[in-house]
Design a protein around this ligand. Structure first.
Ligand code: GTP
Ligand code: MG
Length: 486
């Protein structure tokens, strides 16, 4: 029986990680000149891949970080604004390393609280790395970033320094991002699209999030459920983002954060249930009156504000009957389902670690290539490269590299969907975009057709990236064909 894609990908992730670690160790054997680069790369491969959360000011990035870690770990709010890039990695005891632009590192213990004091001016800080005992971070670390496309130029500069300039710099390898969640609560702007393109990711490592979907369009008091509207609109945003983003998921980070960080209890569910019988006008009055007890007896303003803080207006309008009928347990379940977090979590935990590992492997291959330009270490690096390239795990890496280059250089290429299917698929059938249970004879016929078309493509003008992709596709289809016919 063939392994399911996720299981196959998990095994590939593990064996690829082992191979990368061995290569870095081999690199370090090349004397003092290779050690410096090797140390930084070793630091990189000793932590799991990481996903960076990016987007405009107040897009809901830190709220999503809290939901994903099921802990209120990042400061959020209309006044709070994320000022430094922060990496969250699994580790104990909970502590934060504050890395200065001068290279100095200050470590402060974290007592389960949000880090508030950096101990030095924020302009002197390069980034912060927090170690927290959260199992979820074992497969994929998270990077929270200051908003881009804002008037706060320094904030955007910090995000760019980390994700764009840093990604080209082997000296900063230990803080590289290997995948991205791009948050936007409306149509993406040109500068955001350009920013995403500069990250050098692929549609498999870039997930779009239509954030704050609970207040989409006219919001909770509009004529239509904003989350349903957001669901329809997400695909349009996907089209606007073009080739660089794989899928766009609508999300209410607020409902997800509240549900997953323990902000919903029996008292809150009872308060919410007390609103179930109000009509629309009464509910608006309840939210707007300085004294809500004029609408619902016994309610004070602090209780009402807490309800709004935890549930948002959407949660009040749409969640109150759920609370009345199903109590706190039912309310929690509804919040998770409605928020969209389950779908996003599935993407992040099931498929993203593998693609992020491929993305990272490509960066390491590129780093070795640039190290090979240094005459004093050239021979040693070439040896490491040749051993690495001869390993079977590298076929997927080189295929992914060619996918990445094709997305960057020829975003409209007809080869992109084919490359994607080959990388995503676990079985020969899936690799040519057919269902896993398609009959072997039909898959063989399709493979033969695809191979013939790829060979013919050699006669047509292709970009260098496409030409390379074509060759890798041929190798992958031939391997699939062999698998079916031996
Ligand atoms: N209604 C609603 N509010 C949200 C949602 N996500 C975040 N917010 C609110 O929006 C405000 C900003 O959220 P943050 O998570 O701090 O946003 P951010 O993108 O990290 O902001 P910066 O770090 O300043 O760029 C907070 O008051 C959140 O409660 C959401 O899904 N729905
Ligand atoms: Mg933030």
């Amino acid at each position: 029986m063939t392994a399911a894609p996720n299981q196959a990908h998990r095994q590939s992730t593990e064996s690829l990680n082992v191979l990368l670690r061995q290569s870095i160790e081999a690199l370090a054997q090349g004397g003092p000149n290779t050690q410096h680069a090797a140390n930084e790369l070793r630091e990189l491969v000793s932590s799991p891949p990481r996903v960076a959360v990016i987007g405009r000011l107040k897009a809901g990035k830190s709220t999503l970080v809290n939901a994903m870690t099921e802990t209120r770990i990042a400061a959020t709010g209309s006044l709070e604004c994320t000022m430094t890039v922060t990496i969250y990695d699994e580790g104990a005891p909970a502590r934060a390393d504050i890395i200065g632009l001068d290279g100095k590192v200050n470590t402060v213990p974290l007592g389960g609280n949000v880090l508030t004091d950096l101990g030095r001016p924020v302009d002197e800080v390069d980034y912060v790395r927090q170690f927290v005992p959260i199992a979820r971070l074992r497969d994929l670390g998270i990077i929270d970033t200051p908003g881009t496309a804002t008037l706060t130029v320094e904030n955007e500069a910090r995000t760019r320094r980390m994700l764009i300039d840093g990604s080209k710099d082997t000296q900063r390898a230990s803080s590289w991002a290997d995948a991205v969640l791009f948050l936007s609560d409306s149509a993406p702007r040109d500068d955001e699209r350009a920013f995403i393109a500069e990250l050098g990711m692929t549609p498999l490592t870039t997930v779009g999030v239509l954030s704050r979907a609970d207040s989409f369009g006219p919001g909770a008091f509009g004529h239509e459920d904003p989350l349903e509207m957001a669901n329809r609109y997400a695909d349009r945003i996907g089209e606007q983002l073009g080739a660089s983003v794989g899928v766009v998921v609508p999300l209410s980070g607020l409902l997800a954060e509240s549900a997953l960080t323990g902000r919903v209890n029996g008292a809150l569910a009872r308060d919410l249930a007390a609103l179930a019988s109000l009509d629309r006008e009464q509910l608006i009055d309840f939210i707007e009156f300085p004294d809500p007890s004029r609408v619902v007896e016994g309610f004070n303003a602090a209780q009402r504000d807490e309800l709004l803080d935890v549930m948002g207006e959407y949660g009040l309008v749409y969640g109150r009957s759920v609370a009345a009928e199903h109590g706190p347990g039912g309310l929690l379940q509804w919040m998770r389902q409605t928020s969209g977090i389950d779908r996003l979590t599935e993407i992040i935990t099931q498929s993203m670690p593998y693609y992020a590992t491929l993305q990272r492997a490509v960066r390491i291959v590129d780093a070795l290539e640039s190290l090979a330009n240094q005459p004093e270490i050239r021979d040693h690096v070439l040896w490491v490269q040749s051993v690495l390239q001869s390993q079977p795990q590298m076929n997927d890496v080189m295929l992914y590299r060619s996918f990445k280059n094709t997305v960057a250089d020829s975003p409209d290429s007809r080869l992109i969907p084919q490359l994607r299917a080959v990388i995503q698929g676990a079985t020969p059938a899936q690799k040519v975009g057919m269902p896993a249970d398609a009959p072997a004879e039909r898959v063989t016929v399709t493979l033969r057709q695809e191979l013939a078309e790829l060979r013919e493509l050699a006669m047509t003008p292709l970009s260098a990236a496409e030409d390379d992709a074509r060759e890798h596709l041929i190798v992958a289809y031939q391997a699939a064909w062999k698998q079916l016919n031996t």
